[in-house]
Design a protein around this ligand. Structure first.
Ligand SMILES: Nc1ncnc2c1ncn2[C@@H]1O[C@H](COP(=O)(O)OP(=O)(O)O)[C@@H](O)[C@H]1O
Ligand SMILES: [Mg+2]
Length: 343
């Protein structure tokens, strides 16, 4: 199987094409193969989360080692196919990089674990990844303070790995430049309004602000290795600490994008907001000295909310939370923010 980072625009074109042919050709029902390498199919695995774009299953080898398989249609190659391809490339790269860096890894990161990619499978119909199964719990029940410590540690560790990749490893990972966000934004905006018509005023106001900030974003964005879907369902407890999973979205891109997207996820509900407030204080502390920080925050928040609105099936509470986050981002002057007012 080719193990290249996907080309964003090729992927977009193919996704549009896939959506069109889906109207005429019904995709076949996918079934898991009985055997992948020396692993046997055991049972299907229930997926947590609102979107069900792929199937999961548990496999096991003769020695009793378990693996989790993620399967997606390869017949209609849409966005989901390319993001699984990306996840496979990321697992390969992170597995080899963390092996190589093992001896030199700073001690504070030693308890963060990246599961091993065991095998991949592709035929004309399906693409499957087989990853070591981590028999842990999700860390959703940690206190807000403990969550923040873990979150910072994981993002710092990813940044460390990103900075220490070889040239060959680096070439396996896609780069999402600020220009990519700008070109993609109008498409997101259209899809957001189609999916949630009530978002029209927000999208229009966001569009104006986003366009105005373009030169600033182009000039001031940075790049590091980011997960892009970092929340506490994607962190599992494991033997020697915590395992990070779900690498479909991982790219080199602006680190604020990571933090702001996580912040958006936590912008509703009482308990979640506690972590959100801590995270906001951390974002401000970390970035306050950056040039044009307000504009950067606004632009990545507008982009993140608009991106969120392109996914269907979210509850009213979640959507209202995102609208609230949007207003907050556009109306705040973070350079004058007193963290004591947030906490
Ligand atoms: N390596 C793994 N070990 C144990 N469980 C896993 C592993 N990878 C995924 N899972 C389980 O499958 C679920 C969905 O996988 P994930 O990669 O997070 O996909 P999604 O994009 O749907 O969130 C996870 O929430 C977790 O419960
Ligand atoms: Mg997940």
């Amino acid at each position: 199987m080719k193990n290249k980072p996907y080309d964003l625009f090729k992927m977009l074109l193919k996704t549009v094409f896939a959506e069109i042919i889906k109207v005429f050709v019904k995709d076949i029902e996918l079934t898991f193969p009985k055997v992948i390498g020396d692993y046997d199919f055991i049972n299907h695995f229930r997926k947590i989360g609102p979107r069900k774009s792929y199937k999961l299953a548990i496999y096991q080898n003769k020695t009793g080692k378990k693996a989790i398989a993620k399967m997606i249609s390869a017949k209609i190659k849409s966005y989901h196919y390319y993001s699984l391809l990306n996840e496979i490339a990321i697992y390969n790269t992170l597995n080899s990089a963390t092996d190589r860096l093992k001896k030199n890894t700073p001690p504070q990161y030693k308890d963060v674990y990246i599961p091993r990619l065991i095998n991949t499978f592709e035929d004309g119909f399906r693409l499957i990844s087989l990853v070591e199964f981590v028999a842990g719990e999700v860390v959703q029940n940690y206190s807000a303070k403990k969550k923040l410590e873990l979150y910072i540690k994981i993002t710092n560790y990813l940044n460390y790995i990103g900075e220490n990749l070889t040239k060959a490893e680096r070439s396996q990972i896609s780069v999402r430049k600020s220009l990519n966000y700008i070109v993609l934004y109008p498409l997101l905006a259209v899809k957001a309004v189609i999916t949630y018509p009530a978002s029209l005023p927000y999208v229009l106001v966001g569009m104006i602000r986003f366009l105005r900030n373009i030169p600033i974003v182009l000039k001031n964005s940075k790049s590091s290795l980011i997960h892009r879907d970092l929340h506490f369902k994607n962190i599992l407890t494991c033997e020697n600490g915590h395992a990070l999973i779900d690498f479909q979205q991982m790219v080199f891109s602006e680190p604020l994008h990571e933090y702001i997207t996580t912040l958006r996820y936590f912008w509703y509900g009482y308990k979640r907001k506690e972590f959100g407030r801590l995270l906001l204080a951390e974002i401000i502390k970390k970035n306050i000295k950056r040039k044009k920080f307000n504009e950067l925050f606004q632009s990545y928040a507008i982009n993140s909310v608009t991106h969120g609105l392109t996914g269907s099936g979210f509850s009213r509470d979640i959507i209202l939370g995102w609208f609230d986050f949007f207003k907050f981002s556009l109306n705040s002057d973070f350079t004058k923010f007193q963290t004591k007012n947030i906490l």
